[in-house]
Design a protein around this ligand. Structure first.
Ligand SMILES: [Fe+2]
Length: 335
């Protein structure tokens, strides 16, 4: 059985009965293909404390970045074109923003709307995966059982008012370019923020799957935007049927494995992502894994492409268990 769906999990679905199992392909020629992205082994920090996040997938409206840092940022930075979701793959840091301070922990997801300045302090082996979208993104869980409002936090006020002796730099990212502003005071600290929440955080450990026992059902939505161009879902282990073979006609999918001990098919290392471009037929592994695992999923209407940095951590994937495709494994063995 194949399932052809419009508008991701929301639109009409058509069932095709076939004899052949269609996710398997023998080889592929060209770039439009599913890839495993081993984000956990992204290029190490080049030692340049000014290095910005490294983009691994891009389109005109959406970026997926990896940011590996051993040092504090020597400036504050604000992206004026994109909303950003910071996912903490590993490590710790104090995230200081225009709207207050958050102590980052593994599996945090932080929503940072555009034009919010941020910097990282007390950095300890921090490894982030960042989703950046021109569409505004809101934390909008499917229901309160999936993510309780009590587990969505806003930042606290600053402990100290900042230092008054240094020169402060604020880097504005505008597309491929940056412009720096300089100050003789620290422009970030706030005494208080009130009104609509801007920066928000939750931790994936506090998210629960939607379960319809034994039946395959869509994963639970965590975030989306008004145009439904990009959405984030929870994809942790659950008692459900295996996902059907499907053609997702409108959305690229990027699944990110976050935590074991259970494995997601052929994926066992946290920080491994699988990107399946829209329209590429796939199934994906069993989600009913009794040992448990945590994962999340990006769906985006944008047409993503691998960057050079992305290519360095990418391997062609098969779309049954998301293992490295046999032809890629052969190439690796030969090189
Ligand atoms: Fe899918």
């Amino acid at each position: 059985m194949d399932l052809y769906t419009r508008n991701g999990f929301a639109g009409p679905a058509t069932v095709l009965i076939r004899q052949q199992y269609t996710p398997n392909f023998t080889r592929v020629q060209g770039d439009y293909a599913p890839y495993r992205l081993e984000a956990w082994r992204s290029d190490p920090e080049p030692g340049d404390p000014r290095a910005l996040p490294v983009t691994i997938l891009r389109s005109p409206t959406v970026r997926v970045d990896v940011w590996q840092r051993a040092q504090d940022t020597p400036f504050a930075v604000k992206d004026v074109y994109h909303d950003q979701i910071f996912y903490v793959l590993d490590g710790h840091a104090r995230l200081e923003t225009d709207f207050g301070v958050l102590d980052l922990q593994p599996m945090d997801m932080v929503r940072i709307p555009r034009s919010v300045a941020l910097r990282l302090a007390d950095v300890r082996a921090l490894h982030l995966i960042i989703l950046a979208t021109t569409e505004p993104l809101d934390i909008n869980p499917q229901n309160q059982a999936v993510l309780s409002p009590a587990h969505v936090e806003t930042p606290r006020g600053y402990d100290t008012p900042g230092w008054l002796t240094a020169e402060y730099e604020l880097v504005i990212r505008h597309g491929e370019h940056t412009t720096s502003y300089f100050y003789d005071y620290d422009p970030l600290p706030i005494i208080q923020a009130s009104g609509a929440p801007v920066v928000q955080r939750f931790n994936l450990a506090n998210v629960h799957p939607m379960i319809v026992e034994g039946v395959s059902s869509p994963p639970a939505r965590l975030m989306d935007g008004p145009a439904i161009d990009t959405m984030i879902f929870y994809l942790g282990a659950r008692d459900s049927g295996r996902p059907p073979v499907h053609h997702n006609a409108d959305y690229d999918e990027i699944g990110v494995y976050a935590k074991g001990p259970g494995v997601l098919g052929a994926i066992a290392v946290p920080g491994t992502a699988v990107w399946v471009p829209k329209g590429v037929i796939h199934q994906g592994p069993e989600e009913n894994v009794p040992e448990g695992y945590i994962a999340w999923l990006i769906e985006t209407r944008s047409h993503l492409e691998l960057t050079d940095a992305g290519r360095r951590i990418a391997q062609l994937a098969e779309t049954n268990q998301f293992a490295v495709h046999p032809t890629a494994a052969q190439t690796d063995a030969a090189s």
